[in-house]
Design a binder for this molecule. Structure first.
Ligand SMILES: Cc1ncc(COP(=O)(O)O)c(C=O)c1O
Length: 375
């Protein structure tokens, strides 16, 4: 079975070396030496400051909202994994959706600005597939309207924009280190804060609100354990080769598919981490038929991100629909991409996908009309 992704497992002897240190230290959690080392190495590797490792990417979002005092309503994207919105709801914040940009598939700043009202306290855009949002526009909107910006950067590990980490944008940016991600700690995540004082408050919040042995704040438990940090340290040791292997696979897909499929347009000046390979089909019917042919061959791509969250019960205001997000979510399929994907399997995926496109596609002129109209 060929899944959409497979976690990278580092050399076991390397992992055991770090685990041995946990045994020697006899400290398993509570900001131990491995978590501290991981924090320092991640800040150095990513080129950021005020990075706080946490237990997962969902808690990373929730802690960021809490630290930044987000309440009432946040404008966010319907084209993402459900955690971006469910984390808001858990914090008592209503997610309100603005539509996405048809070519990048990221939240549209213009559409977000159009639906601002006095209830809105924050913008929560997502760098979908690791593709940076229009951060300059969100920055301007936030300044003009006194809003906080929290970027869900779950997919954007290591991505740089104009030579700097994309995580430097916003009041906070959150990462997921889930096993399916390019860089992982099995389960885990991190928050990068712009301001030192926000980072310091978050350090208390993830540890039940404790400061110097006293409960000083309304906290929760979102700490990363030493065993999870051990996996992160191994992954960092191997990250360059992981990214290189992913890049090769990504580029083979791109060369083979770019003339047959619409592929999301990448932000100018941004690097890639080759986390996903999404393709847009001309219709949901063509997608489903191709998916079936791939499944019949034992290949299981995933419909990331489907459905558009505004189509989920209880997630959108009844009068609000986001037609571009819905149409994109109905037609997007992520092809298998992981460092150990055998080339002959990739060739098979390409062959089935391209031949299906020829069988089920509309004419190229219909295809480009749809791109222009965002249909
Ligand atoms: C966009 C996005 N946000 C948040 C999350 C949640 O991260 P985690 O699974 O680490 O809680 C994910 C997870 O895949 C995600 O894709």
């Amino acid at each position: 079975m060929i899944p959409v992704t497979r976690p990278h497992l580092p050399e076991m002897s390397r992992y055991l070396g770090y685990i041995e240190r946990c045994y020697q230290n006899n400290q398993l959690t509570n900001n131990g030496p491995l978590v501290q080392e991981l924090k320092a190495r991640l800040e150095d590797y990513l080129g950021v400051q005020n990075l706080l490792p946490v237990a997962n990417g969902t808690l990373a979002l929730q802690i960021a909202y809490k630290v930044l005092g987000i309440s009432r309503v946040a404008i966010t994207t319907p084209f993402t994994f459900v955690a971006t919105s469910s984390s808001l709801k858990w914090g008592g914040i209503e997610p309100v959706y603005a539509d996405i940009d048809a070519s990048s598939l990221n939240l549209s700043p213009q559409k977000a600005e159009m639906i601002l009202d006095p209830e809105v306290t924050a913008l929560v855009p997502v760098h979908v597939y690791g593709n940076p949002c229009n951060v300059e526009a969100f920055d301007r909107i936030a300044k003009d309207h006194g809003l906080k910006v929290i970027y869900d950067a779950a997919h954007a590990f290591g991505v740089r924009l104009n030579g700097k980490s994309v995580l430097q944008w916003g009041d906070a940016a959150t990462l997921s280190f889930h096993a399916t991600k390019v860089f992982h700690t099995v389960e885990g995540g991190a928050i990068v804060f712009k301001k030192r004082e926000d980072y310091e408050r978050a350090c208390r919040l993830i540890n039940f609100g404790y400061e110097e042995g006293e409960v000083a704040d309304e906290g929760i438990n979102a700490k990363m354990s030493e065993f999870h940090a051990a996996m992160g340290l191994c992954m960092l040791d191997e990250i360059d080769s992981v990214l290189q292997e992913r890049e090769e696979i990504y580029k083979r897909y791109y060369e083979a598919l770019k003339d047959h499929f619409e592929i999301p347009v990448w932000k100018e000046g941004a690097t890639r981490n080759y986390a996903y390979f999404p393709v847009l089909f001309p219709s949901e019917d063509a997608l489903l038929k191709t998916q079936q042919r791939l499944n019949d061959a034992g290949i299981f791509p995933r419909r990331y991100f489907y459905p558009s969250l505004d189509a989920l019960n209880g997630y959108a205001r009844p009068d609000k629909g986001n037609p571009i997000s819905r149409s994109r979510a109905d037609r997007v399929l992520c092809l298998p991409l992981y460092s150990a994907l055998p080339l002959e399997v990739q060739d098979k995926i390409i062959e089935i996908t391209v031949s299906s496109q020829k069988l089920y596609a509309r004419t190229p002129s219909e295809f480009s009309m749809m791109s222009l109209t965002g249909g």
